[in-house]
Design a protein around this ligand. Structure first.
Ligand code: PLP
Length: 457
């Protein structure tokens, strides 16, 4: 029996990333409130938010300081833009702070409102910059299969997931996809992580040579693949990728929309994995998700090319109304202050062993082929046969079923096919981590019974 709210939802909303046909029967999970790492639904049932919303509510759900900061800024100046040389204090101060903590030398910051538009900006900057440098043929961008970079036409073209391409007539020409880097799934029998990384770097180099290095402008990667299934890179991967990109003068864009701000046990995933990024996309945890805000941080070479082109043609013709929104910037400044004052990165490192111990213990379960993670992000790979690593048939929806059972157990998590992710708020305690994984273990047991009853093994 659907609640009144659920019926109203079905009558009014088109939900993103939802099976619009089955949603009409199942209805939504309606959340009403949150406190710490917990959220409560419209029936009063409490859940551990094991996905920090969508990889974003790093400081949890009831941070009064962020609420007060937003309120004060709303009272003082709820909006002004930064077009045409206008500016405001929070935008300037946040850019200064981001430059200070950047993991690679950064010259300037460009704001947006979402991870997708940050990556869209990255694409446009790459194209614009190469026009400025007098090499208009150098425009192709390489990303990875299973990489996720957003949903605008350009950022969905970067994304390497079929769901984002099929029937949207994407990717656009000039967007190429190389292999994803998932040792468990794609390494050859007996291939070490280092050898697998070398093979992937060689594959990237072959692609660049095949296309012509003078036509390839940039490579984009997430330090840890999020929507692809919470996949950590194999040993030596980014070191080898760095070398290939440097050899052919190809810009390295780090998509830190998920990994930015402590998630991997360093402030940035770029540091955790030694990525020689030229530009970095940030969003989500920049405001602990209390306000939509994104940022592109760029090095001086990129910035100078933009200035040169402006000198030639005038206005840099890109930006949106809410870029550098004063309320978002004020919240982001406070968020960064809290990360520092409350030693959030140190906290992530302290609880990481508990997170990884509980996560990897799931690999003992008959349905789990692999459990992997770093910091406070990780995932499990559900399989029908542990020895052969055979996946379940995608349409059976085993991952999604385990997420529904987890919901019954009072845990919110997320399935991407048969990969299930864990990405709790960074403030989670060791006891809450233990509780999160014991809830998922019970959900897996229920999933196993269901799988057996359905004859899927
Ligand atoms: N990049 C990465 C790595 C992401 O995980 C996401 C969203 O999950 C995006 C970009 C797109 O961000 P948004 O949904 O804010 O547009």
């Amino acid at each position: 029996m659907l609640s009144n709210l659920a019926v109203r939802d079905i009558e009014t909303l088109v939900h993103p990333y939802t099976n619009l046909a089955t949603h009409r029967e199942t209805g939504p999970l309606v959340l009403e409130s949150g406190k710490g790492v917990f959220v409560t639904d419209s029936n009063g049932k409490e859940y551990i938010e094991g996905m920090a919303g969508l990889w974003c509510t790093s400081l949890g759900y009831s941070n009064q300081e962020l609420v007060d900061t937003a309120t004060e800024q709303m009272k003082k100046l709820p909006f002004t833009h930064i077009f045409g040389g206008r500016s405001h204090d929070p935008a300037i101060e946040l850019a200064e702070k981001l430059k200070e903590i950047a993991p690679v030398p950064i010259s300037k910051v460009f704001y947006g409102a979402s991870g997708s538009d940050a990556n869209d900006t990255q694409v446009k900057i790459v194209w614009y910059m190469n026009n400025a440098l007098g090499r208009p043929q150098k425009k192709k961008i390489i990303s990875r299969l299973k990489g996720y970079h957003g949903v605008t036409v350009a950022s969905a073209s970067l994304t390497g997931l079929p769901n984002n391409h099929i029937d949207f007539d994407l990717p656009l020409p000039g967007f190429l996809h190389t292999s994803s880097a998932h040792h468990y799934r794609f390494a050859e029998a007996g291939e070490s992580e280092q050898d697998y990384s070398s093979r992937l770097a060689a594959e990237l180099e072959e692609m660049i040579l095949r296309e012509g290095p003078d036509t390839v402008a940039a490579f984009i990667a997430e330090p840890v693949m999020g929507a692809g299934g919470a996949i950590t890179p194999p040993e030596g991967y980014f070191e080898k990728i760095n070398a290939v990109l440097a050899k052919y003068d190809i810009l390295f864009i780090a998509d830190e929309v998920i990994t930015g701000f402590g998630r991997t046990g360093n402030m940035f995933g770029t540091t955790t994995y030694g990525m020689n990024a030229d530009t970095i996309s940030l969003a989500k945890q920049i405001t602990s998700a209390y306000f939509p805000l994104s940022a592109v941080m760029m090095n001086d070479t990129v910035y100078q090319a933009l200035v040169d082109q402006s000198r030639k043609i005038g206005t840099f013709g890109h930006g949106n109304t809410y870029a550098g929104h004063p309320v978002g910037c004020a919240i982001a400044i406070k968020t960064l202050e809290i990360y520092k004052r409350d030693k959030i990165v140190e906290h992530v490192r302290k609880v990481e062993p508990t997170f990884l111990r509980c996560l990897t213990a799931l690999a003992d379960h008959p349905l789990v082929g692999e459990a992997r993670g770093v910091g406070l992000i990780g995932g499990v790979e559900l399989v029908s046969n542990k020895a052969s690593k055979a996946p379940f048939e995608a349409k059976k929806g085993v991952g999604a079923k385990s997420v529904l059972f987890a919901q019954e157990e009072g845990l919110i998590t997320r399935a991407m096919g048969d990969r299930v992710a864990f990405c709790p708020p960074l403030i989670i305690t060791e006891a809450e981590i233990e509780e999160m994984f014991s809830r998922y273990k019970r959900a897996l047991d229920k999933t196993l019974n269901w799988v057996k009853a359905e004859g899927l093994l």
